[in-house]
Ligand binder design. Structure first.
Ligand SMILES: [Zn+2]
Length: 662
């Protein structure tokens, strides 16, 4: 068996196993293209100044993914070479791989228009083919000699990341001071995208959640808790720092910077072993800044699926018509399940340092796409068609969603809530089995809710209505906190950090702003005269609403929104200064806007002035990351117009949804 290659003076026979050189060429192209793609990702991240929606593992996962995919793609060519030994196709291979490789590398920049990418790719492919045709043996020598070096570079990247993380964790733990002898463990559980009325212990219409109901009965249930923002990153950043979102750098494309200390940092300084386990990878992972202060942090998986997610052509396939759904993969590759989070935490519990811990768990099960194991209302599996409907739920035009489609989506969401409740049960069992329940302060809450057509809005991160910001909040510490308490005192998750420090540390720490929520269940506040913080919420517009109709057609698309609670009056102000008024006593999903009623004019104007006063108390804040000019404190008139809802824009046909968990 022999192959033939051309080396300047003429064609020479290359004997077996030299034929494997062709396969080696595919591997070499994969490595080179993968490394080039990784460099493009790095350059794009650095040039745009915002965090990357990927882990630092991308530096070795992209080359590995491309190397494997190109290698596999090369196997049929090897067979072809075997059948047609005299076929001279090395230069054709170089041209084809050069074309597709250049195409993927240039496409990842996101800066070039499509036809220029194709022209450049074709040019480079022709040049590669011509060069290899002229110097085939020289090219093969290059491949043979450089491939081991490329593999070593990729392996060193992986080893460097693992080594650096292990060293950092070891260093962080070795520096911890001795914790107080009676310091409790703290477990903060954030159920991403869970609206309060989805739980049976918050609403009669809520799905049956026996574990969370039992948990609430063992502690304190806050019936009226509001998050400070209606999407993930600012809401978590607010919980971690005790500050309102407009004080922080965390936004759609910008990470939480190091200006303010975090809860994990403060507890770490008090001798706590800190650990985070997050399923929302886009907006809770290390690049977002939320990992600051945690000695141990588990975000992106290192798995075959995660590696596959880094392959350019796998992504193309996923974005195609029904993508990988045809192969039974409806959810995004690399998504972490609640079961995974629970297991990871349990594993860490068994090898944790011998000291009190602060653990943060983020469960993403209720976030779209809602793909439950079973539809709980009918106790049956979803059909292929139904799974596809849920896979593309976020991409729908909200003005065209039928009642049937909406009800089905809600049923799927509720089924995921039920799955989550099962995870909470298992999580608490893990604490019980290890004898940790008695000495662990456990907090269950959510970062924001979810719209299902209330006020004509869907999804989240696009309004400040009740469905978007009213979240469950339950605190339990057996033997130390009262049980069976349900408080109607309105509270903000902004006060969560201060509450945890107040309960866990002795003497109480004032390192983070906010007021302890003990005020909500104690007759006498620890510090006389203190009140729970103002219930203030804000949301900035999505940076690319044209790609997501559910964002494009929502009020926040016009610009930054604010809301405030004053007494029982909840006012929402949109970017065009139109306002809505709701009675907080009757604050429920789809509650009526009272701003049009003359009877409430006085209450409306008073609350708007309160919002102005509240904003005046803060210095001028950051420019919004989307480029929308952010309001300067103090320049807002109290002469507000009232609204019901903004006009619904026309449908756009050129929507290219960008999928990410928010
Ligand atoms: Zn979220």
């Amino acid at each position: 068996m022999s192959f033939q290659t051309r080396d300047g003076a003429g064609w020479q026979s290359v004997s077996w196993p030299e034929g494997l050189n062709y396969l080696l060429c595919f591997l070499w192209f994969g490595l080179v293209i993968g490394i080039a793609e990784a460099l493009v990702v790095l350059a794009v991240g650095l040039s745009q100044g915002h965090f990357l929606f990927t882990s630092d593992h991308f530096s070795w996962m992209i080359p590995l993914a491309e190397a494997v995919s190109y290698f596999v793609a090369g196997i049929p060519f090897l067979l072809l070479a075997w059948v047609f030994p005299r076929h001279k196709f090395l230069f054709i291979v170089a041209g084809v791989l050069g074309f597709f490789g250049t195409l993927s590398v240039l496409s990842m920049s996101g800066k070039l228009i499509w036809w220029s990418i194709y022209i450049l790719s074709a040019g480079i492919a022709l040049r590669a083919a011509w060069t290899v045709r002229q110097h085939p043996n020289g090219f093969l020598r290059l491949v043979r000699w450089s491939t081991p070096g490329l593999i070593v570079v990729v392996a060193l990247c992986a080893a460097g990341i693992y080594g650096r993380r292990a060293c950092r964790e070891h260093h962080a733990l070795s520096q911890l001071r001795q914790a107080a002898a009676d310091a409790p463990n703290v477990l903060l559980i954030v159920l991403d995208t869970v609206r309060a009325d989805a739980l049976s212990n918050y609403s009669e219409s809520g799905v049956d959640t026996p574990n969370m109901t039992r948990f609430g009965e063992e502690g304190i249930v806050f019936e009226k808790a509001l998050s400070t923002c209606s999407w993930t990153l600012p809401s978590h950043a607010s919980m971690f720092t005790g500050r309102y979102p407009h004080e922080l750098s965390a936004d759609w494309n910008s990470a939480l910077d190091e200006r303010y200390p975090t809860l994990a940092e403060v507890l770490g300084r008090q001798g706590y072993a800190t650990a985070g386990f997050v399923a929302n990878l886009n907006y809770c992972s290390r690049p977002t800044g939320l990992a600051r202060g945690f000695a141990h942090y588990e975000d992106y998986l290192v798995s075959v699926r995660e590696v596959a997610r880094h392959c350019y052509w796998v992504n193309v396939l996923m974005k195609g018509s029904n993508g990988l759904a045809r192969a039974g993969l409806y959810d995004s590759l690399g998504r972490k399940t609640g079961e995974q989070i629970t297991q990871d935490f349990a594993r860490w519990l068994d090898r944790r340092p011998d000291r009190p811990f602060f653990a943060f768990l983020n469960y993403l099960d209720a976030h779209d796409p809602y793909l439950p194991e079973k539809l709980s209302t009918e106790n049956r599996d979803l059909t292929h068609k139904e799974k596809l409907a849920m896979k593309y739920w976020r991409d729908q035009d909200p003005t065209r969603i039928s009642d049937e489609y909406r009800r089905f989506a809600r049923a799927c969401y509720d089924s995921k809530i039920r799955d989550l409740d099962g995870q909470i049960g298992r999580l608490l069992e893990h604490l019980e089995q290890r004898g940790l329940r008695e000495n662990t302060l456990v907090i269950i809450t959510s970062d924001h809710g979810e719209h299902f057509g209330e006020h004509g809005v869907y999804y989240h991160g696009n309004t400040l209505y009740e469905s978007a910001v009213h979240v469950p909040l339950m605190i339990s510490w057996p033997g130390r906190l009262p049980t069976g308490i349900r408080t109607e005192v309105p509270v903000s998750l902004r006060d969560l950090a201060a509450t945890i420090l107040d309960l866990a540390l002795e003497p109480r720490s004032t390192e983070l702003p906010g007021n302890s929520l003990q005020l909500a269940w104690q007759d006498t506040p620890a510090i006389p005269g203190t009140q729970p913080s103002k219930l203030f919420c804000t949301v900035t517009p999505h940076p690319a609403p044209e790609r997501l109709p559910m964002q494009k057609y929502a009020p926040a698309a016009k610009g930054t929104m604010y809301s405030i609670l004053d007494g029982q009056d909840y006012v929402i102000r949109e970017a065009d200064d139109r306002v809505e008024l709701f009675d907080f006593q009757k604050f429920s999903a789809g509650a009526s806007n009272l701003a049009d009623n003359e009877v409430f004019r006085g209450r409306l104007e008073r609350t708007v002035r309160e919002l102005d006063r509240f904003l005046d108390a803060f210095p001028a804040w950051k420019e919004s990351s989307s480029g929308t000019s952010t309001r300067q404190a103090g320049n807002v008139s109290s002469d507000r117009r009232r609204i019901t809802r903004g006009d619904t824009p026309a449908h756009a046909d050129d929507l290219q949804p960008r999928r990410s968990a928010q």
